[in-house]
Write a protein that binds this ligand. Structure first.
Ligand SMILES: *Cc1c(COP(=O)(O)O)cnc(C)c1O
Length: 356
């Protein structure tokens, strides 16, 4: 059996043709494909505006510059990729790590407690692809600033978030190599994002060569070439999602224990299983034995608040008993559109054999 990773891109001839054509266009960057990709994404994600950016971390960075003020606190889960919390620090604000519930998502009751105590911003993560249910009342009741890190979820948005961010890294739902996007329904935020993406520059008309820098911006542009790939990938997203759901259903029929019951609204970026391991060492042994059988398990995520950098800032001792148990017990099984049926059967068989 060839090596089976936990996730990988699905590239076909159509993508290669789209890229080959884009390379022969007049524009390699800042061309018409960017607009086209942004409009197609906006429709698919159910937002009015989308700004394509060089990666998902850049999306979180610019979103945080639009939303946050220096020194304010932001409620966020420890169960995410580093970039979610890092982007809060980029803006000079402070993450406040709140425990998760058993489905891997931030505990909204605990988040509400923190909001009642004065926190005015929430950074939630649609972990594994699970959309949030019943989150809008927090926005309505407390008028908080609400960002959704949707690197794992690519369905129609049904929340009142101010900003949602996306990633097109190869393991995510669609890829542009590196790539990301910010989606919003707020025109002011949209225009600020477009300026920040391009050095904080605006057109100006006094002289033919004029431009004005009105903000301290960055070069976070996505290229026209990458957007051509993104458009081709987006046209296959429904197929990708169908296949991910088939794979998820098959895992659910097996004796392995899933993190949450089958959910037809989940985008299934990850399929997380759990097992009552006695220690992290025992879980590591299982990972190593699976690796010897050419199966690349992964774990998502090491609690961000316990990373050395965050410890150096005084984090790491928050009470997060559900996250602690989740870290001990959970692991991510292979799930991606091109995973073959016989490969999945092999993964299930091998895992059942090697679990302690
Ligand atoms: C992948 C990911 C990011 C970062 O995206 P990049 O495109 O790799 O910068 C942020 N948050 C989450 C939850 C992710 O999974």
């Amino acid at each position: 059996m060839d090596f089976i990773p936990y996730g990988r891109q699905s590239i076909n001839r159509q993508d290669i043709l789209a890229l080959t054509e884009a390379l022969q266009d007049n524009y390699l960057t800042t061309g018409p494909k960017i607009d086209e990709f942004e409009k197609a994404l906006a429709k698919h994600l159910n937002f009015q505006y989308v700004v394509a950016l060089s990666n998902g971390t850049a999306a979180l960075h610019l979103a945080s510059l639009c939303l946050l003020e220096k020194n304010e606190t932001v409620v966020t889960p420890p169960n995410s990729f580093l970039a979610t919390a890092n982007s809060i620090l980029y803006a000079g604000a402070q993450p406040l790590f709140i425990d998760i519930t058993d489905n891997g998502l931030i505990d909204l009751n605990l988040a509400e407690d923190a909001i009642k105590r004065g926190t005015k911003a929430l950074y939630a993560v649609s972990f594994s692809g699970l959309p949030f249910d019943g989150i809008n009342y927090l926005k309505e009741k407390y008028n908080i600033k609400f960002l959704l890190d949707n690197a794992h979820f690519i369905g129609q948005n049904e929340t009142d978030c101010d900003i949602a961010t996306y990633s097109f890294h190869p393991v995510k739902h669609i890829t542009t190599g590196e790539g990301g996007a910010v989606a919003t329904n707020d025109k002011v935020i949209y225009e600020k994002l477009r300026t920040l993406r391009n050095h904080g520059m605006q057109k100006s008309n006094k002289y033919p060569w004029d431009y004005e820098m009105t903000d301290l911006g960055y070069n976070y542009r996505l290229t026209d070439i990458q957007c051509a790939l993104g458009l081709s990938q987006l046209s296959k997203l429904d197929l990708f999602q169908k296949r991910r759901h088939q794979i998820a259903k098959r895992y659910h029929q097996s004796p392995l224990t899933a993190l949450y019951p089958y959910n037809n609204k989940s985008s299934y970026h990850l399929f997380v299983a759990r097992h009552p391991f006695e220690s992290l060492e025992q879980k590591a042994e299982f990972f190593i034995k699976m690796r010897e059988k050419n199966i690349g398990l992964q774990y998502h995520y090491i609690p961000i608040n316990k990373q050395p950098y965050y410890r150096s800032l005084g984090y790491g001792n928050e009470k997060t008993p559900i996250m602690d148990r989740y870290y001990l017990e959970s692991f991510s099984l292979p799930i991606y559109p091109s995973l073959k049926e016989n490969e999945q059967e092999y993964v299930i068989e091998t895992a059942l054999e090697l679990l302690p």
